[in-house]
Design a protein around this ligand. Structure first.
Ligand SMILES: NC(=O)c1ccc[n+]([C@@H]2O[C@H](COP(=O)([O-])OP(=O)(O)OC[C@H]3O[C@@H](n4cnc5c(N)ncnc54)[C@H](O)[C@@H]3O)[C@@H](O)[C@H]2O)c1
Length: 238
């Protein structure tokens, strides 16, 4: 059974990725710091089989070491580093805590989780790493912390692509544009309308739009795609 770890999967894009991949008969390890992840995992297991939930704050290396200690490394085929938060504020007003929380959750988490499984993926001589970046990687007002983390995710992705290709492991990034999730639901309607105006397809993306792209990269047939940024933004360029 090929198992895929999906971080930040209790809701939003991560949940959709986990469900999409479970429907395609991958085993799924859903990871989230929300304590309802065990229940979410068990509900998904009832629906699709071979799904479990693990509670873990992926911004902490020590917590990742502990939370994943019982996972059978030999079964882990893929990692989707999706967990992320934003703390949007103009840089002149940004606190150290807002900077630190976003960098630790959106960037350090990729190291913390990938590091747990990389040696076994190398031994297996196959694997898929998919990192969820953001169109904001290119720089966006009010997002110095988030843009820095998401740009860091791209450097991380492309370096792993170069280092790990020889072990049959691919590393790619998805760059979502403006996607309807609890993260974006809280934005004021006026800002949402402005974003939609900038999108050539004139609609907000769905978590399933992103999940479909992840599933494409997971496929065996996608094994020659390595080190790319796959834009899922309806043509929006920030
Ligand atoms: N929604 C968008 O428009 C959009 C656009 C571009 C990129 N993204 C990225 O997609 C990813 C998912 O975003 P979303 O919109 O679904 O967000 P969301 O807030 O709806 O869901 C994020 C999930 O991650 C979990 N999480 C947060 N911090 C965690 C931690 N430290 N450890 C474990 N779990 C944690 C949350 O509990 C939640 O379940 C994020 O990396 C985000 O930056 C989202």
């Amino acid at each position: 059974m090929k198992k895929i770890i999906v971080t930040g999967s209790n809701r939003g894009i991560g949940h959709s990725i986990a469900e999409y991949l479970a429907k395609k008969h991958y085993g799924i390890i859903m990871v989230d710091y929300d304590s309802s992840i065990n229940e979410t995992g068990s509900q998904m297991n009832d629906l699709y089989g071979n799904v479990e939930g693990i509670q873990c704050d992926v911004s902490s290396y020590e917590k990742c070491e502990k939370a994943f200690s019982n996972v059978d490394r030999s079964e882990v085929y893929g990692i989707v580093n999706n967990a992320g938060i934003n703390r949007d504020v103009m840089f002149k007003n940004m606190t150290y805590e807002q900077w630190d929380a976003v960098i630790k959750t959106d960037l350090y988490s990729m190291f913390n989780v990938t590091k747990q499984f990389i040696n076994s993926m190398i031994e297996n001589n196959s694997g898929r790493i998919v990192n969820i970046s953001s169109a904001s990687w290119n720089g966006n007002i009010g997002q110095a912390n988030y843009s820095a983390a998401k740009a860091g995710a791209i450097g991380f992705t492309r370096t792993l692509a170069r280092e790990l290709g020889k072990y049959g492991i691919t590393s790619n990034a998805i760059v979502p544009g403006f996607i309807k999730t609890p993260m974006t639901d809280s934005m004021p309607d006026k800002i949402k309308e402005k974003f939609i105006e900038k999108i050539p397809l004139k609609r907000i993306g769905t978590p399933e739009d992103v999940a479909n792209a992840v599933e494409f990269l997971m496929k065996g047939e996608s094994g020659y795609i390595n080190g790319i940024l796959l834009d899922v933004g309806g043509g929006m360029i920030l």
